[in-house]
Ligand binder design. Sequence first.
Ligand code: SF4
Ligand code: SF4
Length: 249
Amino acid sequence: MSSEKKFPQGMKPLGPEGFRFSCNPQVPCFTRCCRKLELVLYPYDILRLKQRLRITSEEFLERYTGVVEGQNPFFPSVVLRMLPNAEYTCPFLDPAAGCTVYSDRPSACRTYPLERAVDRRPEAGRAKEFYFLVRHDYCLGHDQDRQWSVKEWLADQRLLPYNAMADRWAEMDTLFASNPWRGEGAAGPRQLLAFMICYNVDRFRDYVRDHDLLRRAGLDKARRRAIALDDEALLAFGFDWLQNLLTSR
Ligand code: SF4
Ligand code: SF4
């Protein structure tokens, strides 16, 4: 990291001192954070949740999400739709038991109270990640005694596969932000294809089969088999294939 590296709004990344935090049914604010959220879902979040709920990605998108203008001017974001009750609670919240999809909850839910930033500038060499402590006034988890290092938190929350897929997704999002739709504009054929690949993995599986994409992409038998059996491998292939499609002349 360059010594002049500036972080947003004077935020300071966590160092070896770590942080204090605990979230469990005994904290008085339990589940308070699971309402009135604009929770952006990444492609891997949707994949995990639809598997957890044993529904297709199409059903998941229809039942639980909305499409909004996010930070990317050339590609929409998908957000989790809160329930239309007085509290706008998360659809996966059980007020007594907490999160009903806990082991497959979205990346944002498992990362809190941390926020992750990745420095991908070429001059920084290998991409470097930083973590910041986030504190919401109502969250009493910060007053608990349990001490964590960032590494312990990442392992405890099983964040590594989420972060690996988030990094791949960030590359795609950066590509989409360059307006690679060749003048087709919003909701043109390329953008619709990209949306399907990123968020509707089951529909993409049909597309791959109908267009014989794996064979045409020259993949060896082992990778074709892995993709046939595994949504995560299919999503990773989708990112590669899409990147190639959008960047080749
Ligand atoms: S997915 Fe789970 S942890 Fe995340 S907001 Fe909903 S209930 Fe809370
Ligand atoms: S507000 Fe903080 S401590 Fe309370 S349930 Fe949410 S994350 Fe846990």
